[in-house]
Design a protein around this ligand. Structure first.
Ligand SMILES: Cc1cc2nc3c(=O)[nH]c(=O)nc-3n(C[C@H](O)[C@H](O)[C@H](O)COP(=O)(O)OP(=O)(O)OC[C@H]3O[C@@H](n4cnc5c(N)ncnc54)[C@H](O)[C@@H]3O)c2cc1C
Length: 411
């Protein structure tokens, strides 16, 4: 039995070495000169390889089609990932939020462990080979047309990843291959993405981004960001970051995964989620006793650079604060608790993961086998499954890769 795996990210590497461990002759094709380029830059070069959450908490962090991967996550769980790497000389540590990293803080240790295991299990790795097409006969794949000629096999595993960070090799070319084998592609969208802001709305007027600018580089802790989209609302509490053209940071990345199919998105920033409007008004009254200009008092309420930016958006920021009217205080509170940004997601190329991909109802979740082309299996981000940050996406790639590799060998 010859299994040919396409793409040597975590999903394809795990599929290849598992198929080899189950007795198959395995060829792994990778367009780059090295395996795991995305894995190498993951977790800011530290590789958050999995998350230690229990099954219920883990699956709760999967945004799209969580149930589809239940079987894969049981077949190769987060504990199996931890054991796999520690047994191969890569000790791991668990950080805040259950995020698991190599003790060395080096993603390269994870990539090297996979590479050594591929060698140990006798997988034939062919790098610098881009797969361009499937050669199909009677509804089955018989060969792959590649940049290095034809490759023949009995069973094929498609693990070419998503469409984000195309410089790493995953540029979405696998979607056309899946379509060639009869599969439907759910339109790829950015997930775990920053937002680009187009305008800022205060209670007084709307500012285009060119006019308002943003307090670039400022990180805000303990804020709430709410997305309003298609008649729905979703709020996230935590940390956000102003970039030169928008909003990023953990809360923005999380929200992006839920709003990426919406037609229009508005973000509302609550700088003071711990204070309700009445309590905040009482605080303002306490602060606004002197004849200092309002803009000089705002730093008591907001980080210095945000306060300076914000003062420019308020028509009364030059006023002595003890002459600020009740109506102005009301508008100030509205802008502090509900500052509106009209926003769009940044392009998919800049997103951390891709939402969308091969339609899950066309894949058997117990085996990862195509329900359309009998000698084709899928693994990893090419499938329409995506999760939040925290090590979940790499674990999904490893789990689906394991299941695809095991079943491909037994096909
Ligand atoms: C900056 C960044 C940081 C991230 N950090 C984390 C993190 O810390 N934790 C986490 O869980 N997730 C993280 N992710 C997401 C995670 O890296 C991916 O979900 C995961 O790598 C997907 O694995 P995969 O094997 O399915 O695809 P990929 O890792 O994308 O691998 C696919 C492989 O297929 C190859 N390929 C593509 N097309 C072809 C073709 N036609 N012919 C031959 N080869 C082809 C590519 O070159 C690539 O090597 C991060 C992503 C990014 C972009």
């Amino acid at each position: 039995m010859r299994v040919v795996v396409i793409g040597a990210g975590p999903a394809g590497s795990m599929a290849a070495l598992t198929a080899a461990a189950n007795g198959a002759e395995v060829i792994l094709l990778e367009r780059n000169e090295k395996i795991g380029r995305k894995l190498y830059i993951s977790g800011k070069g530290r590789c958050n390889v999995t998350n230690s959450a229990d099954f219920a908490d883990f699956t709760d962090k999967i945004v799209t089609n969580p149930k589809f991967v239940f079987g894969a996550l049981k077949a190769f769980s987060n504990s199996d990932t931890e054991k796999f790497f520690t047994d191969r000389g890569v000790p791991l540590k668990t950080e805040r939020g259950g995020r698991v990293f190599p003790v060395s803080d080096k993603a390269s240790d994870i990539v090297d462990a996979l590479f050594l295991e591929l060698k140990k299990r006798g997988v034939v790795l062919k790098t610098g080979v881009k797969v361009d097409n499937f050669v199909m006969e009677n509804g089955k794949i018989t060969a792959l047309a590649t940049s290095a000629g034809k490759f023949f096999g009995d069973v094929f595993v498609l693990a070419t990843g998503g469409k984000s960070y195309p410089g790493t090799g995953s540029d979405g070319s696998g979607y056309a291959l899946a379509q060639c084998a009869g599969h439907t592609i759910i339109e790829p969208k950015p997930a775990l993405s920053a937002f680009a802001v187009t305008s800022v709305k205060t209670p007084y007027r709307v500012f285009g981004l060119n006019e308002s600018g943003l307090p670039t580089g400022v990180s805000l802790k303990n804020i709430t960001l709410t997305a309003s989209f298609d008649g729905k609302r979703r709020s996230e509490f935590g940390e956000a970051l102003f970039t030169d053209d928008g909003i990023s940071g953990p809360v923005a990345l999380t929200l992006s995964s839920y709003v990426n199919r919406a037609k229009k998105v508005a973000l509302f920033l609550d700088f003071k989620p711990a204070l309700d409007e009445k309590t905040l008004d009482a605080r303002l009254l306490r602060e606004f006793v002197s004849n200092k200009r309002l803009k000089n008092v705002l730093p008591a309420l907001l980080p210095q650079s945000v306060a300076a930016w914000y003062a420019k958006l308020l028509p009364f920021s030059e006023k002595p604060c003890n002459s600020v009217t009740k109506e102005e205080r009301k508008n100030l509170i509205a802008a502090l608790k509900n500052l509106e940004f009209v926003a769009v997601l940044k392009p998919i190329e800049e997103a951390i993961v891709t939402s969308g991909g091969v339609k899950t109802s066309e894949i058997d979740p117990k085996t990862m086998r195509s329900k359309i082309t009998e000698n084709l299996y899928f693994a990893g981000e090419i499938i329409d499954v995506d999760a939040l940050t925290g090590g979940y996406n790499i674990q999904i790639a490893l789990s689906t890769g394991y299941l695809a590799g095991k079943n491909a060998a037994e096909n």
